[in-house]
Ligand binder design. Structure first.
Ligand code: KIV
Ligand code: ZN
Length: 517
């Protein structure tokens, strides 16, 4: 018997980006969107176009380039938001406007300061206006998890009547328990007279660690869309993790009445990409994508797995794209072999210049590291490309560091700042500390370092080191990424990238912090 389709709606680029410190540039968002398209995600919520010029451009460029997934833009229920979303999505192959307004008594009274009647009117107007831009409109009663069922039924009925094709039920503050959330979905589908004209969707936050459980309870009770994000990125404790939702549905086909079209073998690539770009590390024991998720450490387990895989494994590592570190290319590999490998990995670069840049970096790496794996290529590609929004005011010219037993580590650096070369030296607790201090002697950014992380991309001491740096200045938080076989060099690159991001314009509105009008 053929199964119903479960729509996978990814909100890494919208709700995920609302996570403090996860802000991404338009170029980074486009990279993630392309990876999500390769993963065959049905709908990509690309951003909140009214929030800033940068977010508008990000949604627009994703709508221009990504053609296999539906591209969605978020809008509050006011005219300006909806018009801006419509404009950003103009060139999409398939578009969606997602409009929302809060419906819980607390939110209506305290945040919106509106009467329930006004909220209903506002929802109707918004859905009708959104339908003038696209015939695919999603409506969310924000904080549905704490809203009154009768009021939800009422607003959903009129939203569908006005043209909403998807009704999303957000547990905005992650307050619901699975049974309760599942029952809400079932009750709504049963009680709203025209519910058959829309698809019901889940949107669960993870404040109590229940986002995935709640989403799956929603699916068991009739929801046919799940909103989720890579690595569970999102406001506060995050959203439901896409990798967990997809693998639960796939692994328990004996129980679910529906299936997903997602290519799960792209999960690890997407997960690493999002983690590198945002600087949000993945905990080792994280389900599906943590480094321990498929490692069978204990002797008893290993013995069991060797005798029969099913004794302790419910999924296969290769099903989520964990390859056993394939040797791909080496020092003598030419441009076409490199390009072939990119094609096999499903990676498309935007221009000849980007391919040249990637190939140059690959050759540089091959000089330092004889064995190059897929993971190395993925990591070096993060630094490839020309970010139109990014003002590369600061560039690294040279760096020399010295660490010696009994001596204070020292760094001498030369930067090109706005076309002028400047040098400085500094000592520090270690080579990285000395390097950051030497950079700051020139730039004097006034920022503080919130996070510094180092990860090895593959095994072995000649592995590429991937460094994440998070800087904060006047309440603004940015991430920088750098990779190199020398982790001090990778650290300098990451620090400089973060400094350059601080130079970019940043004004943006938070979708849920302000009123609807
Ligand atoms: O959590 C939430 O309520 C949201 C809405 C904007 C759908 O993210
Ligand atoms: Zn949310």
């Amino acid at each position: 018997m053929s199964k119903e389709k479960l729509i996978i709606f990814d909100t890494t680029l919208r709700d995920g980006e609302q996570s403090p410190g996860a802000a991404m540039t338009a170029d980074e968002k486009l990279r993630i969107a392309k990876a999500l398209e390769r993963m065959k995600v049905d709908v990509i919520e690309a951003g909140f176009p009214i929030s800033s010029e940068g977010d508008f451009l990000a949604v627009q460029s994703i709508a221009n380039v990504v053609k296999d997934s539906r591209i969605c833009g978020l809008a509050r229920t006011n005219k300006e938001d909806i018009e801006r979303a419509g404009e950003a999505l103009k060139n999409a192959n398939a578009s969606r406007i997602h409009t929302f307004i809060a419906t819980s008594p607390l939110h209506m009274r305290e945040k919106l300061q509106m009467e329930p009647e006004q909220v209903v009117e506002q929802a109707i107007k918004a859905v009708k206006l959104a339908r003038q831009y696209t015939d695919d409109v999603e409506f969310s009663p924000e904080d549905a998890g704490r809203s009154e069922l009768d009021f939800l039924c009422r607003i959903i009925e009129v939203a569908i009547e006005a043209g909403a094709t998807t009704i999303n039920i957000p547990d905005t503050v992650g307050y619901n328990l699975p049974e309760q959330y599942g029952k809400t979905i079932r009750d709504l589908i049963e009680r709203v007279p025209n519910s058959g004209k829309a698809i019901f969707s889940t949107h669960c936050h993870n404040d109590l660690g229940l986002a995935v459980a709640n989403s799956l309870a929603g699916v068991m009770n009739g929801a046919r869309q799940v909103e989720c994000s890579i690595n569970g990125l999102g406001e506060r404790a995050g959203n439901a993790a896409i990798e967990e939702v997809v693998m639960a549905i796939r692994t328990r086909q004996d129980l679910f009445p529906c299936d997903v079209d997602v290519d799960a073998t792209q999960i690890i690539t997407c997960s690493k990409l999002v983690s590198s770009i945002t600087g949000f590390a993945i905990q080792p024991n994280k389900a599906i994508v943590g480094v321990n998720a498929f490692a069978h450490e204990s002797g008893i387990h290993q013995d069991g797995v060797l005798k029969s895989r099913e004794t302790y494994e419910i999924m296969r590592a290769q099903d989520v794209g964990l390859s056993s570190n394939k040797l791909v290319l080496g020092k003598l590999s030419g441009r076409s072999a490199f390009k072939n490998r990119l094609d096999e990995m499903g990676i498309e670069l935007d221009s000849k210049e980007e391919l040249n840049d990637a190939f140059r970096r690959f050759k540089e790496l091959a000089d330092k590291k004889s064995v190059i794996f897929d993971e190395d290529i993925q990591s070096l590609l993060l630094d490839v490309g020309f970010d139109e929004q990014m003002v590369e005011k600061v560039k690294l010219v040279t760096l020399k560091t010295c660490s010696e037993t009994g001596e204070t580590p020292h760094a001498a650096i030369m930067l090109n700042v706005g076309g002028v070369e400047q040098s400085s030296e500094a000592s520090g607790g270690g080579a990285v500390d000395a390097t950051f201090k030497a950079i700051e002697k020139i730039i004097n950014s006034g920022s503080s370092l919130l996070l510094y992380s180092v990860n090895n991309v593959t095994e072995g001491t000649d592995s590429l080191g991937e460094v994440g740096v998070r800087l904060e200045k006047a309440g603004r938080v940015v991430n920088g990424h750098g990779s190199d076989t020398d982790i001090v060099m990778a650290s300098a690159k990451a620090y400089i990238k973060a400094l350059n991001k601080l130079e970019m314009p940043s004004e943006r509105i938070h979708p849920q912090a302000s009123s609807a009008i």
